[in-house]
Write a protein that binds this ligand. Structure first.
Ligand code: PGA
Length: 232
């Protein structure tokens, strides 16, 4: 089965010209490109094979309040966005609680977006062992997916200590976690955290891992196409 690869560009690049150039070079089937909000329109217009994703949405507690600076899931849907990454650890570190992530998941699904929910433990939890990490991930899933009903989502397992550090999880442990997540809910599970064209081969051996969320390596044109080639 084809793997799903989500390119999370984070706060990159710095101009629309660069974003369009990068998107053209990353336009493969089975890929979701998630640029910053300001480049969604331009990137969406040039994509032929890849799908468009966003990195976040805003889901207010009270709709009646005003929300300076925020972006709704409906705006994204109307722009042609298909996927949204929610609960990324870099957003949680800025104060997104599980209750906020839960509101975002429900609002995104209501607007017709596909959700890629990021979960994963920090280093001090992982040092206590894989069982402690599983417990943490299970409790995140429970809180983030409260009231979910039967909607399908995609989960991205991203141990925080592996993101942007060059220290990827071992494929075996990531596969064990993916398998565990699938006992908690019916979903696809991606792995994210320092994926490169070199280390991806180890992860591809495990059928439990349905794809990857790629940060840093998705910004390097030749590295990203090597990654995609390996997943085909
Ligand atoms: P990375 O980022 O590939 O740079 O580690 C992954 C992520 O954003 O989860």
């Amino acid at each position: 089965m084809e793997k799903l690869v989500v390119a999370n560009w984070k706060m990159n690049p710095q101009s629309e010209r660069e974003a369009v150039r990068l998107a053209k070079a990353s336009d493969f089937s089975g890929v979701v490109i998630a640029p910053p909000f300001v480049f969604l329109d331009a990137v969406g217009k040039i994509l032929k094979k890849a799908e468009l994703g966003a990195q976040d949405i805003f889901a207010p507690l009270k709709k009646s309040k005003k929300h300076t600076g925020e972006i709704s899931p409906e705006m994204l849907k109307n722009l042609g966005v298909k996927y949204v990454i929610l609960g990324h650890s870099e957003r949680r570190a800025l104060g997104e609680t599980d209750a906020i992530v839960n509101r975002e998941v429900l609002a995104a699904l209501r607007a017709g977006l596909k959700v890629v929910l990021c979960v994963g433990e920090n280093l001090s939890i992982r040092k206590r062992g894989i069982a402690a990490a599983k417990n943490f991930v299970k409790s995140q899933l429970k809180k983030d997916l409260k009231w979910l009903g039967k909607s399908l989502i995609i989960v991205s397992y991203e141990p925080i200590w592996a993101i942007g550090t060059g220290k990827n999880d071992s494929p075996k442990d990531a596969a064990e976690m993916a398998k565990f997540i699938k006992t908690v809910l019916t979903c696809k599970v991606l792995y994210g955290g320092s994926i490169t064209s070199e280390n991806i081969s180890g992860f591809l051996k495990f059928k439990e891992i349905d794809g990857f969320l790629v940060g840093g390596a998705s910004l390097k044109i030749s590295e990203f196409s090597r990654i995609i080639k390996k997943t085909k």
